[in-house]
Design a protein around this ligand. Structure first.
Ligand code: KIV
Length: 269
């Protein structure tokens, strides 16, 4: 029998960041996988709006509704016993006003989320402050932000040149000052993410952002090789050579904790 794990809390995640104890995070969309991720030792589960791509077969995350996110958050929370549960605020659920952002965040918390994630930068620090001051912890997603893929000109690494690296650093500081309790960087150069992590008072999770972050996240269906077609360079197939899905997830957790995934030269930019 698997021994019961102590629930992962926000202070524990902050302590892990300070002590260099790596955080293993995966996306999750249902109760069955939540149970499996929990026993495999995953620290943080993200109900990502990537469910639009991986579950609904859409070409982008933009059509995902708040109702979709509430439904999947409810399912995950029924299966998750120990992990910290983060739910994405979907496109158009936090953009119009701070009050709308609060209502959307509250709906996700009522469904079982411990924290909400929004795609940060630009105008969002004020929204982060409003939600945080009212008692919901916020994770800010920077770098490549899938909800605005069209205005970013496609799936491009962000922060490669001096001006865009400086913008990401400035936006990071604004979000930290606004109370963001966790940061997530997607597709930024490993050196930039490592520099931000070293200076950050809050945990920094990376996806395609190198091994220097406080922790890593991948889309579950990508790392289990369920997703068909070409996958981003930062994805590793953890199912390869493994006897079960549980073993593949345990291998992911072990490699993240050991700092052996990702390898900057293979999975990084
Ligand atoms: O929606 C999602 O799965 C995400 C990850 C790419 C971090 O935001």
């Amino acid at each position: 029998m698997t021994p019961e794990r102590k629930p992962v809390t926000l202070p524990r995640l902050h302590e892990m960041h300070r002590s260099g104890d790596k955080i293993a995070m995966l996306t999750c969309y249902d109760a069955a996988f939540a149970g499996l991720l929990d026993v495999a030792g995953v620290d943080v589960m993200l109900i990502g709006d990537s469910l639009g791509n991986v579950l609904q077969g859409r070409g982008s995350t933009a059509p995902v509704s708040l109702e979709d996110m509430v439904y999947h958050t409810t399912c995950v929370r029924r299966g998750a016993k120990a992990a910290w549960v983060v739910a994405d605020l979907p496109f158009d659920s936090y953009h119009v006003s701070k009050e709308a952002a609060w209502k959307s965040s509250a709906a996700l918390v009522k469904a079982g989320a411990h924290m909400v994630k929004l795609e940060g930068g630009g105008w969002t620090p004020e929204t982060v402050r409003f939600i945080t001051e009212r008692g919901i912890p916020v994770c800010a997603h920077l770098g490549f932000t899938p909800q605005t893929v069209t205005s970013l000109g496609g799936f491009r690494v962000q922060g490669r040149d001096e001006a865009s690296a400086a913008r990401i650093k400035r936006e990071t500081q604004e979000l930290i000052d606004a109370g963001a309790a966790m940061l997530l960087y997607e597709m930024v150069p490993a050196a930039l993410a490592a520099e931000i992590t070293a200076a950050s008072p809050v945990p920094v999770i990376g996806i395609g952002a190198g091994v220097g972050c406080s922790g890593q996240v991948l889309v579950l269906h990508d790392m289990l090789d369920v997703t068909q077609g070409r996958k981003p360079r930062f994805v590793k197939n953890f199912m390869e050579g493994m006897p079960s899905v549980r073993a593949a997830i345990e291998r992911y957790v072990a490699e993240v904790k050991a700092g052996s995934f990702p390898v900057n030269e293979i999975h990084g930019f």
